[in-house]
Design a protein around this ligand. Structure first.
Ligand SMILES: O=C(O)CCC(=O)CC(=O)O
Length: 269
């Protein structure tokens, strides 16, 4: 296990491979998850890329940190981690709120971002009303009180079968996040809007979405791709909000094809 103290927050991370030798992919996880969601993608890419995984503040084994916290605070944490690891111009792959953090990192520290993989995310996610209702439910009851509704957005019915042990494991992952970390991330998402900033992104970008994503549906992700100059757009079939769990092979194939197209010869297909 690897931990770093960044911006007075203990951040849990994992570095796989040597950033000096290979292109680096940084994975940022979504709301209510920790970096273990990337496992099935990482095992497929680790031979060809150096990989940075971390639990954003308020999730997994990282501290919650000072409250309230913003998407910019998350981006500053990631910048500190990448500076510590001497990583520059990385491929930044953010899932959902992770994609907001990726967009904020690009605005604050473009030197750290060589390309963007925006996965099941958008320039703006949800409305103030929807986030305030979710925050009230979690603070008034528990994360457990919203788990069924969240899982309907995260996973397709085929994955949500009771006999699927992975499904019950991901329910556990959600309900075991600290309530104050989950709420702080909901507030940060509620207050983030990259509609204007997206138009100034000038690195190769691909927007990817599951065809059954109930949190950031295909139309929303397509509207984000249309804001970003030259961005590509890919849909993954039979998949909802978390393709790294539900369709890791398809997601890996899209990542490889995209990275090979922007840096031919740098990675083996
Ligand atoms: O997944 C995220 O990071 C935010 C989007 C969301 O609302 C996910 C969910 O449906 O719980």
């Amino acid at each position: 296990m690897q931990f770093a103290r960044i911006n007075d927050v203990t951040i849990h991370y994992q570095l796989i491979g040597a950033p000096a030798d290979r292109p680096v992919i940084v994975f940022i996880n979504s709301l209510g998850t920790d970096f273990r969601i990337w496992r099935d993608v990482v095992v497929r890419l680790a031979g060809d890329y150096a990989i940075v995984l971390y639990d954003k503040r308020g999730h997994g084994l990282s501290d919650v940190g000072q409250l309230p916290s913003s998407i910019e605070d998350h981006a500053t944490d990631l910048a500190g981690l990448l500076d510590l690891l001497a990583v520059k111009a990385a491929v930044i792959c953010g899932l959902s709120v992770g994609g907001l953090i990726a967009q904020s990192l690009y605005q604050r520290r473009p030197d750290l971002v060589g390309a963007l993989l925006l996965c099941d995310t958008a320039h703006k996610i949800g409305t103030a009303e929807s986030w305030n209702a979710r925050i009230a439910a979690v603070e008034g009851k528990s994360i457990g009180s919203i788990v069924d509704a969240v899982m309907e957005r995260w996973f397709t019915p085929a994955f949500r079968r009771p006999e699927n042990t992975a499904y019950s494991g991901y329910c556990n992952m959600l309900t075991r996040q600290p309530v104050e970390g989950y709420v702080a991330a909901c507030e940060a998402i509620r207050d983030a809007d990259f509609t204007e900033a997206a138009k100034s992104i000038a690195v190769p970008t691909i927007c990817i979405v599951g065809d059954q994503d109930g949190s950031t549906p295909p139309d929303l992700v397509l509207s984000t791709a249309r804001l970003i100059p030259g961005a590509r757009y890919e849909i993954i079939r039979d998949c909802a909000h978390i393709p790294c769990v539900e369709q890791p092979e398809a997601l890996t194939a899209i990542i490889r094809a995209f990275l090979t197209s922007i840096s031919p010869g740098e990675s083996s297909p």
